[in-house]
Design a protein around this ligand. Structure first.
Ligand code: SF4
Length: 318
């Protein structure tokens, strides 16, 4: 399997780095701990970074005359302008980010499900939304994978997040030293992985990588990167994943006995019924790589889209 390229991710600082929560606590997230050897991490704590101190009185988001404000109810302070200035400086200081792993439901970090109160003094209701930080980073880094620690306890959401950040990191590496041949090779080794996200967009990536329009290298890289990132924003479906599995199998199946073929097809059906994991099927494909010395199948990142050490079957199921 080719070398691992480290994704660059931004993580909420209270998720295992510093006791910076409003109550002076720190949270322990096992995924963050397990990610550490495999990614480059930058941490943020918007509340501490704008000088609120720890411990501190909680803040909340309030919709007032159509605008969302960040308010500290105990002091009545409106922190919206401070937070906006901080965000502009922070976001412009980052050039390349592959993913954000943020504290869910936080008014300062939560990418979704954050309570927005209607009214400052007299609360007339609430709605759910994203906080100012998540809104700013999703605008500045529209292709980055953005999740919160709660959602990442779900196996499928976590797997997609990991697939995305490692694929985006490999793309970044390609963009540092592109060549027409390297783009074509990069696409070839991501074919099955992209197929999981969107089959037609995978083909569009292939057409760009083939450079039938004779683009110059800079244009070619730009167009390929844009379509590759866009493809990764789609949600992988079980149907597409099964299609990718059969594609990989098709490249090696000529050498298999009928009993071995039946075993693969049965295993795919068990995967469809969620009685075996994708990892089982990926292992079967890897065994064909070894047995038939199948370099093309072996080059597919789909067989190991992120480091094995990060594979964890536990799931919140939500
Ligand atoms: S949720 Fe965000 S703002 Fe709150 S303590 Fe954690 S990092 Fe800081």
């Amino acid at each position: 399997m080719p070398e691992i390229c480290k994704p660059i991710i931004v993580v909420s600082r209270c998720l295992g780095f510093e006791a910076c929560r409003y109550d002076g606590q720190m949270l322990h997230e096992s995924l963050v701990q397990r990610l550490k050897p495999f990614v480059q991490i930058m941490t943020v704590c918007p509340e501490a970074d704008i000088g609120l101190g720890t411990p501190r009185h909680p803040v909340r988001l309030v919709r007032h005359q159509g605008e969302v404000h960040m308010i500290q109810p105990s002091t009545g302070a409106d922190l919206t302008a401070d937070m906006r200035d901080y965000l502009v400086g922070q976001v412009s200081s980052w050039s390349e980010i592959d993913g954000f792993l943020l504290k869910g439901r936080s008014p300062s970090c939560g990418p979704g499900g954050v309570k927005i109160y209607h009214g400052i003094d007299k609360v007339t209701g609430t709605e759910k939304g994203a906080d100012m930080f998540a809104a700013a980073v999703s605008q500045a880094f529209p292709h980055a994978a953005i999740e919160d620690e709660g959602r990442l306890r779900n196996f499928h959401i976590r797997e997609t997040f990991l697939m995305r950040i490692f694929a985006l990191a490999r793309l970044r590496q390609l963009m540092q030293q592109p060549s027409v041949a390297a783009i074509s090779q990069f696409h070839a080794s991501h074919k099955l992985l992209l197929m999981c996200f969107h089959q037609d967009m995978m083909r569009q990536c292939g057409r760009i990588a083939g450079n039938s329009d004779g683009l110059d290298l800079a244009q070619l890289m730009r167009q390929y990167a844009a379509r590759f990132r866009e493809t990764l924003q789609r949600q992988p479906s079980q149907r597409n994943i099964i299609n990718a599995l059969y594609h990989g199998y098709g490249w090696a199946s000529d050498g298999l006995t009928s009993a071995e073929k039946k075993m693969f097809v049965d295993a795919v059906e068990e995967y469809r019924d969620e009685r075996v994991t994708l990892a089982t099927l990926q292992l079967l494909l890897k065994s064909y790589v070894l047995r038939f010395e199948h370099a093309y199948l072996g080059s597919q990142y789909f067989l190991e889209p992120y480091p094995k050490a990060l594979f964890d079957l536990t799931s919140s199921g939500h």
